[in-house]
Design a protein around this ligand. Structure first.
Ligand code: GDP
Length: 538
């Protein structure tokens, strides 16, 4: 074997071995459930930062605010989304951040295309909330296994059994509790573990800033020392376990059941259980199928796909960072890779790891890791990057059913050219979906978004980057379906409160003011073929 081939094989083996250590996941939750708090607690446990607060810099905590964050603040939005990497035991954990604002955007969904598993974080007082449900649907659709963490157990909330029932009834996942709370919410004493009945005592730590030493008792001692509350918890846990909730790793991996943990992120309680579970159970990166469906071996040469592009972090340089998830091989900073879409080379001179306000240079990355490629103006969401030969291309990222629509027009008609260029760019980056129809003509395309904040981002960029301020007029549509047969377009266009618009990917979307107007039209034209919009591209 030649020296070169030798080197290639050893780096392939390296990639596979490193991939086996990776756990790349995201937290799905409704705003305020405690995602930032949990992120800090996880990082603190893994000792990437010395004091909780350094990641997000929330009010009252420490945190350095960079220019980039300042700008986001000035815009009044947070569009940051990247990955926090830390090691825990023998594993390397990548926690991919999902935007934390109350609005919902396609970025949040796209992050889920880059993870291997998810943690569903519930507020003990609220249970399943709307955004958790939406994100969970994406996980289900993509076959992403979910661990459930029921947070805020330190204060009064709902009953543990009722919360488990809700998970089972509303989303059809069988809860498999691995810990169970001892003492009712608000008078939390600790958790009992499903395996050996051991008891971990709840301790409130000052501001959540330190990892307290754990006070853990074996079952027998817990019975004697904690008493009735412990016994009651064991009985409840047995009840859930006996009624189909016995732990089964295969059912978790298959997406039909979810391990459940109870805790209080603010006191770092339950966080160790969660980390252990992630390391022991959560799936590692697997070979990713290419467009033809053939899995790309982890040992193959470097490949990755771009799941997020962020522009304007530094307004002076109009820089653009593309976040790519490594799928195979070893990424080395400086390597020249090929963009499968354009067939053009791309030099990875500036590669960063970005999370919150922190940026550090990445020199090497393995399958499951995220690299932020700076000055990546040529890269688009969904692009595949690869090194060597043969070429590889991964499926594009799905477009999601939009829920908000607005007609866009140039505020200044003399800027029509800039307007067109900007709209094209925003569409190709996936900032908003751009819809058109012959009836409306090219001059007034319709912007469609999963969350209304996408409109703000689009308007901001049209003004500052393309120098063509836009006027956005909202359209009253709220129900959207795929029109299966283009020949039926006229039926929908003739409706009083409906029309068909075509998305840049060629999909015909039938838009209705509400469910009723859709049903009325369907009754009148039973032959009308409307399909629910599943994530296209899957
Ligand atoms: P996010 O919007 O999901 O990122 O939520 P945050 O992490 O910002 O938390 C929202 C609020 O809930 C904050 O006031 C937190 O201090 C609080 N919180 C988070 N975790 C816990 C917990 O375990 N117990 C209690 N009592 N409060 C918590």
């Amino acid at each position: 074997m030649s020296a070169r081939a030798d080197a290639a094989t050893s780096s392939g083996a390296d990639a596979a071995a490193q991939a086996a250590r990776r756990r790349s996941f995201a937290v799905i939750s409704h705003p305020d459930a405690g995602k930032s708090t949990l992120t800090e607690a996880l990082a603190l446990h893994a000792r990437v930062i010395s004091e909780a607060g350094a990641v997000h810099g929330k009010a009252g905590r420490q945190g350095v605010v960079s220019d980039w964050m300042e700008m986001e603040r000035a815009r009044g939005i947070s569009i940051t989304s990247a990955a926090l990497q830390f090691s825990y035991r023998d594993a390397v954990v990548n926690l991919l951040d999902t935007p934390g604002h109350a609005d919902f955007s396609e970025d949040t969904y796209r992050v889920l295309s880059a993870v291997d598993s998810a943690v569903m974080l519930l507020d003990a007082a609220k249970g399943l909330e709307p955004q958790t449900l939406k994100l969970f649907d994406v996980c289900r659709h993509r076959g992403i296994p979910v661990i459930t963490f029921i947070n805020k157990w330190d204060r009064p909330g709902r009953d543990a059994l009722a919360l488990c029932d809700e998970v089972s009834e509303r989303i059809g996942l069988t809860p498999m509790p691995l810990t169970w709370p001892v003492g009712v919410a608000g008078h939390f004493q600790g958790v009992v573990e499903a395996g050996d009945g051991s008891f971990t005592r709840y301790a409130r730590t000052a501001g959540g800033a330190t990892v307290a030493a754990e006070d853990r008792l074996p079952a027998q001692r817990a019975e004697a020392e904690v008493g009735a509350d412990y016994t009651a918890a064991v009985e409840e846990l047995e009840l859930v376990t006996a009624s189909g909730g016995e732990f089964d790793a295969d059912r978790y991996l298959a997406g039909s059941a979810t391990p459940v943990l109870f805790g209080a992120a603010v006191s770092n309680f339950g966080v160790r259980h969660l980390l252990d579970l992630l390391v022991e159970l959560a799936p590692r990166p697997l070979p990713r199928p290419d467009v033809a469906g053939a899995p790309r071996p982890l040992e193959a040469e470097f490949s990755a796909f771009v799941f997020k592009v962020q522009t304007g972090m530094d307004p002076a340089h109009r820089d653009q960072v593309a976040f790519a998830r490594v799928c195979s091989g070893v990424f080395e900073r400086g390597m020249v890779v090929t963009n499968a879409t354009t067939k053009r080379p791309f030099a990875t001179k500036y590669a960063h790891q970005v999370f919150g306000q922190e940026r550090s240079t990445v020199d090497t990355a393995y399958p499951g890791d995220v690299v932020g490629l700076v000055n990546a103006t040529a890269l688009r969401v969904g692009d595949t990057l690869y090194a060597g030969k043969p070429a590889v291309r991964f499926p594009g990222l799905p477009s999601f059913a939009p829920a908000h629509f607005a007609v866009a027009r140039p505020a200044d008609l003399s800027k029509a050219k800039q307007f067109r260029k900007g709209v094209e760019q925003l569409s190709s980056e996936g900032v908003v979906q751009v819809l058109t129809s012959d009836l409306r003509g090219d001059a007034a395309p319709v912007f469609a978004a999963v969350g209304p904040m996408q409109f703000e981002v689009a308007a901001h960029r049209m003004r500052h980057e393309f120098h063509s301020p836009v006027k956005l007029d909202r359209l009253p549509y709220s129900t959207v379906r795929r029109l299966a047969d283009p020949a039926q377009r006229a039926l929908v266009d003739a409706g009083r409160s409906s029309e068909v618009l075509t998305r840049a990917d060629g999909t015909d979307l039938a838009l209705f003011e509400d469910d009723i107007s859709m049903r009325v039209l369907q009754r009148r034209h039973p032959e009308l073929a409307l399909e629910p919009l599943v994530a296209a591209g899957d």
